[in-house]
Ligand binder design. Structure first.
Ligand code: ADP
Ligand code: MG
Length: 399
């Protein structure tokens, strides 16, 4: 099954219809105030399309973890206000999720008007994908649009179950994620370079296995490299190393070789004495990590090696920083790789950044505008890269 064949909002006849739209308004909040409204902004194209096409728009999302109980601390009120501001029209907030207030407001909507349901996770059935709740969501509207990519890996009532009872489509945000990542994985322009890093091999087994089948070059950096070093018989000092994954690392390297995938791991490393931002540090070769030192970034020779391999790529998928890039002393490798990916992108490559920490690192280091696509879904993008079927996408009607 291809994810590239899903109905989009433009395939629906929305005029005069009540359209339930699942968004990802799980915004960052502090003391009841939104500290980053980028998720609201990301939802605007779909909402505006629906307004312009005279739909009656019923938005919904989760916010935080109210754990199935009504809790004013997690009310969508700030989101309704934020939406009103961006849309330049009132977005009414229902007092409940699928209760009397929601129904009354939905039935009173005129063409082009917008309302917001209360936090879907006020309902205990939401995270259980309870069919009764799914039916209740469906009873509010005539059409369903899922635009919550960040929640697409969850089979919940508002992200998946509801689609059993209404004609459905994906919104623009979801469509972009599917188009860019789906094309890269299903039909990549070659050479395809996959760059994997981050803390642990165990977090990324699925991603490595899926990408090994598709890419031409596999680059491994970050903390996970040290498990591969151990598999090669190197000592790793106090570096993060998963001894129970050493055999797996050997298998993965054998698989890469059997498939003719070029496999690159660091040849040198910036090691530190302690896991601290200002710890004493130096660069050593990969077969020469001294006792008591831990690898916290790739070294300069590795930066050059990786950059050379990335420069001529036509498809780049990158998940996982090359080191502890949160700390200035250990950010150099991630910056070098980001520069190489930016250069490849300048030369026509499609570059995709997946994973929450990776997206944050690329943004913080100032490379946001240089990449083709930074996925908005942390966990969802990882599962996508693992080749898993995401319930929030799978549930949507095909064209
Ligand atoms: P993502 O969220 O993008 O999938 P991960 O969570 O797998 O990425 O990896 C990010 C984390 O990995 C960061 O917090 C970073 O500090 C850590 N990390 C990277 N390299 C190392 C290393 N050599 N030792 C310890 N931690 C590392
Ligand atoms: Mg992470």
């Amino acid at each position: 099954m291809s994810v590239l064949n899903k109905k989009t909002v433009e395939d629906l006849d929305v005029a005069g219809k009540k359209v339930l739209v699942r968004c990802d308004f799980n915004v960052k909040m502090e003391n009841g105030v939104i500290t980053s409204d980028k998720r609201v902004v990301a939802a605007l194209p779909t909402v505006k399309y629906l307004i312009e096409h005279n739909a009656r728009v019923i938005l919904c999302s989760h916010l935080g973890r109210p754990k199935g109980q009504v809790n004013p601390e997690f009310s969508m009120k700030p989101v309704a206000q934020c939406l009103s501001k961006y849309l330049g029209q009132e977005v009414k907030l229902a007092d409940d999720v699928v209760g009397e207030s929601a129904h009354a407001l939905a039935d009173s909507l005129k063409d082009g008007e917008v309302m917001l349901l209360e936090n879907v996770r006020f309902e205990a059935g939401e995270t259980k994908n309870d069919p009764e709740l799914s039916k209740s969501f469906a009873s509010l509207a005539e059409l369903y649009v899922n635009d919550a990519f960040g929640s697409a890996h969850r089979a919940h009532s508002s992200t998946a179950g509801v689609a059993d009872y209404l004609p459905s489509a994906v919104g623009y945000l979801m469509q972009t994620e599917i188009d860019v990542m789906g094309k890269a994985l299903e039909n990549p322009v070659r050479p395809f370079v996959a760059i994997l890093g981050g803390a642990k091999v165990s977090d990324k087994i699925g991603v490595i296995e899926n990408l090994i089948d598709k890419c031409d070059t596999l680059i491994i950096g970050g903390g996970m490299a040290y498990t591969f070093f151990a598999a090669l018989g190197h000592t790793v000092g106090t570096s993060i190393c998963e001894t129970d994954k050493i055999d797996l690392a050997k298998e993965l390297m054998a698989k890469a070789e059997a498939k003719g995938v070029k496999f690159l791991i660091p040849v040198d490393n910036r090691v530190g004495l302690e896991y601290k931002p200002d710890t004493e540090h130096k660069v050593v070769d990969s077969d020469d990590i001294p006792d008591g030192w831990m690898g916290l970034d790739i070294g300069a020779k590795t930066e050059a090696l990786f950059s050379e391999a990335i420069k001529n790529a036509k498809t780049v998928v990158w998940n996982g920083p090359m080191g502890v890039s949160e700390w200035e002393n250990f950010a150099s490798g991630t910056i070098a790789v980001a520069k190489a990916v930016a250069e490849a992108t300048d030369n026509g490559a499609v570059s995709i950044i997946g994973g929450g920490d990776s997206a944050a690192a690329v943004k913080k280091l100032g490379f946001s505008d240089k990449m083709t696509h930074i996925s908005t879904g942390g966990g969802a993008s990882l599962e996508f890269l693992e080749g898993k079927e995401l319930p929030g996408i799978a549930c949507i009607d095909e064209k």
